[in-house]
Ligand binder design. Sequence first.
Ligand code: ZN
Length: 226
Amino acid sequence: MGRGQERPEAAWERLDACWKAAFSQAWEALRTGNIPVGACISTREGEIVHAARNRVMDGSGPAGETWGSALSHAEVNALARVGFRQHSDLVLTTTLEPCLQCAAAIRLAPVTTVRFAGADSYWAGCHDFGRLSAREAGRRQPRRVGPRSDELGLFATVISRVGPALSPRYEEWLRQAGEGALLALARRLSRPDEVTRLASYEVGAAFARLYPELTGLRAELSAGAS
Ligand SMILES: [Zn+2]
């Protein structure tokens, strides 16, 4: 059986522990009404150092993490727990393409590889600090691996848009960037009954349930791109 006919359960099981930890964190963010993004930091050998999630809506959180503010992103919370000069050559795995703030945090952290699942058209290109100065341009940038071209990549972007309504300007910008079909699915999943039902599943099972819709969305997006 080729990967094209792979069952979603098999695609999920094939993920390494860091991917599973990042997606599990994103799921916990969805369940707690935060922006559903999760991140995991590991050594190059795959040993997990710390995993964390978005906490913008939380009123508390683990020591060393940030919550309740616009800064409380998954990658920042994962990186904030990495001791100063304690590590080198770390891998950061995140469910969504890092935003400007998180890309800057990654720039200051001992991270040499960034893996992300879902594309984020809103922040695409904001990782390239080499455009800011000659010194930055001469510095080796972290290797970027992503976005994933499979349904897990789409799943990551879709769930990041699930939750309270996006601001009209932000939503309109995403629509113009080609996220219309993706947003339609995310809006449907954001209905209170739907989000409650979805959150009752574990993240791998939720991915499997959404798989047919993600496959349809993937076909629609690739047809629109060609
Ligand atoms: Zn961020």
